[in-house]
Design a protein around this ligand. Structure first.
Ligand code: MEV
Length: 296
């Protein structure tokens, strides 16, 4: 029997832009997924974490690792599926770690991450690799996709950030579909997107400094600006907007989509712990799921 775990993540800045090589900022959250495997004659999934494509990704991992055995795979999850919190990447990382334990491979984090990425490619078409990196359960990182491989730089958080994750419970479009739609728009309006990308590049530079120096009001303002850019790209749904506007009206410093968007989840920077609880309550009152967490 082998066991492994992976973490939920939230992208604070730069989703979608990251696919094209811009830096993005993400934080690993304390919510986890645990995978337990035992050898069996046939594959059997025991999980409430149902995702039609899940096994295809796990098979890709087994293929890449040259493993032919089948398993009963038990998944215990604190992360809502298809919510923009990186649940698929967390399962992939947890599965690789479970295989590593089962076969006593003692895989390095780098290897775990690389095998998990095999599943991410099955799920998301052309992912940046950011989700699997954050599912490894580190703190905050600056992630940048580069031709020679991803660069990951730890980011110091100057002042703890009280976050609320608002989960719409609806993922109206898959990550792969949203990435493809953004690509089409970018190809149709190259000049417009050039300026949008330049603005985002500038915004990320400012966000890195604001996070490092604990300037939370500025972090929040930049989150709101980033939401404007994502909305312009067409990845914000009515449910996302409901949550974002409700949070802002409750005094949030900033609120935006986190992850691929069009449903999924929103990340909200609250003023403090009390404000985070109030915002979470309001989001629940509107019929959505809300999780409070601290990034530090
Ligand atoms: C998905 O969580 C984030 C995207 O930027 C896609 C990716 O980075 O692979 C939309």
């Amino acid at each position: 029997m082998g066991k492994g775990y992976g973490c939920a993540k939230s992208i604070l800045f730069g989703e979608h832009f990251v696919v094209y090589g811009l830096p993005a900022i993400g934080v690993g959250l304390s919510k986890k997924i645990e995978v337990e495997i035992s050898k069996a004659p046939h594959t059997l999934l025991e999980s409430s974490h149902v995702d039609a494509n899940l096994l295809a990704g796990l098979d890709a991992i087994k293929n890449a690792m040259g493993i032919k055995d089948n398993f009963v795979i038990r998944i215990k999850s604190e992360i809502p599926v298809a919510s923009g919190l990186g649940s698929s990447a967390a399962v992939s990382v947890a599965f690789v770690r479970a295989l590593s334990e089962e076969y006593k491979l003692n895989l390095s984090d780098e290897k775990v991450n690389a095998y998990a990425f095999e599943a991410e490619k099955v799920y998301h078409g052309n992912p940046s690799g950011m989700d699997n990196n954050l599912a490894m359960c580190g703190g905050a990182i600056i992630f940048q996709k580069k031709p020679e491989g991803a660069s990951i730089t730890p980011l110091r958080i100057g002042k703890p950030m009280n976050l609320v994750i608002g989960v719409t419970g609806k993922k109206k479009k898959s990550t792969a579909q949203l990435i493809a739609e953004v690509k089409l728009k970018k190809e149709k309006y190259p000049e417009l997107f050039h300026y949008l990308f330049e603005a985002e590049k500038n915004l990320i530079d400012l966000a890195i400094k604001a996070i490092e120096h604990g300037k939370l009001e500025e972090v929040g303002e930049l989150m709101n600006l980033n939401q404007g850019f994502l909305s312009a790209m067409g990845v914000s749904s009515r449910e996302n907007k409901d949550i974002i506007y409700a949070a802002r009206e409750m005094g949030a410093l900033g609120a935006k989509i986190t992850g691929a968007g069009y449903g999924g989840s929103c990340v909200i920077l609250a003023k403090n712990e009390k404000n985070a609880e109030e915002i979470a309550e309001e989001i629940r009152r509107l019929g959505y799921v809300a999780i409070t967490t601290v990034a530090q």
